[in-house]
Design a protein around this ligand. Structure first.
Ligand code: UDP
Ligand code: MN
Length: 320
């Protein structure tokens, strides 16, 4: 009996010691968290800390990234990818232009949630109906993004004029919403010199694995390897160049147009700004591919249609 009590007492003390250790351990690991300044993972502080982590390299010219975008099932997915690469590139200012007659909640929410409100602007410019693709039109039938890019160019020119004009060196890039961008690309663009248009390869475009500038031994751009309409004055994709802002201020007539043949939008703006030999090759003498002309498949929403008809859509009250 006595022995039994002694054993129980022993157990009691052993459990007490273990509990004591556990208590001390949990307190000390909490202290560790506090000293890192992360008292709760959801606190505002943690959010700011998270953002801080991306603000490593704020040097370099402001890069105005111009993105035409339009409402469709994949829009939020596309813009989420873009917003996250922009977060990694602190000198990028995002100029979003919606193909609509007003700004949407979806885009406003996205900018707010990605923490990019401070370095973005939400514009809109609706493509006139006669230039808009209809139902089963193939996508190449009409130019896309003309209205929106011109609206953005107006905005950027005004912004530049109001903030230092030619004195301030900035860069302008046309960043379509469905392509795939490496954050390294923005580092390359930051090297664009005054009065220059920077160029680099673009993956998966024009029927090739890569469309790229061809350089001579001295690193001068001689031309492009394009297979599709190589006779164009500038046979390259919109994703393959960016412009020093002073060129845009000096050439106010440079913009996009509905009047040009298919594939000539790039040539239309560039012909006012530069010649091929003057372009500045980037991305490791045009040997690195840092952007891809990806295109997103339209999702099949067959099961959604009857739900919508019955007033029971799967996304009721949700933003997808
Ligand atoms: N776009 C638009 N309105 C449209 C179709 C396209 O604003 O009716 C935008 C689109 O979001 C993209 C750009 O214009 O940022 C180029 O369009 P798309 O990617 O379809 O062209 P492609 O890949 O064929 O060059
Ligand atoms: Mn595209």
């Amino acid at each position: 009996m006595n022995q039994e009590i002694r054993i129980k007492t022993k157990h009691f003390y052993a459990v007490l010691v273990i509990l004591g250790f556990l208590l001390i351990y949990s307190l000390s690991s909490n202290n560790g968290c506090d000293s890192d300044g992360q008292s709760s993972p959801n606190s505002e502080f943690a959010a700011a800390g998270g953002r801080e982590a991306f603000l490593l390299n704020q040097k370099g010219p402001t890069i105005y990234a111009i993105t035409p975008t339009y409402a469709r099932p994949v829009q939020k997915a596309e813009l989420t990818r873009l917003s996250q690469v922009i977060r990694l590139s602190p000198n990028v200012f995002w100029v979003l232009v919606e193909d609509a007659d007003h700004g949407s909640e979806l885009v406003a929410n996205l900018l707010r949630r990605s923490g990019l409100e401070e370095r973005s602007v939400q514009l809109f410019a609706k493509t006139p109906t006669n230039f808009k693709l209809q139902g089963k039109d193939p996508n190449w039938l009409k130019p896309r993004g003309v209205e929106q890019r011109n609206k953005a160019l107006d905005w950027v020119r005004r912004e530049l004029a109001a903030n230092g004009g030619r004195e301030r060196h900035s860069v302008v890039y046309f960043m379509d919403d469905d392509n795939t961008y490496s954050s390294e690309l923005f580092g390359e663009m930051s090297k664009i010199e005054r009065n220059k248009v920077g160029v680099w390869p673009v993956g998966l475009v024009g029927g090739l694995m890569v469309e790229k500038p061809v350089l001579n031994r001295d690193g001068i751009v001689l031309g492009f390897n394009s297979a599709w309409r190589p006779e164009r004055p500038f046979p390259l994709d919109m994703a393959g160049f960016a412009i020093s802002s002073d060129l845009l201020l000096d050439n106010p007539q440079a913009q996009f147009s509905y009047e040009v043949e298919r594939g000539y939008q790039e040539s239309e703006i560039l012909r006012h700004l530069t010649i091929v030999h003057e372009m500045q090759p980037l991305a490791n003498k045009c040997t690195d591919v840092l952007v891809w002309h990806t295109r997103t498949e339209n999702p099949k929403l067959d099961a959604e249609k009857p739900l919508v008809k019955a007033g029971k859509r799967s996304d009721a009250g949700l933003e997808v």
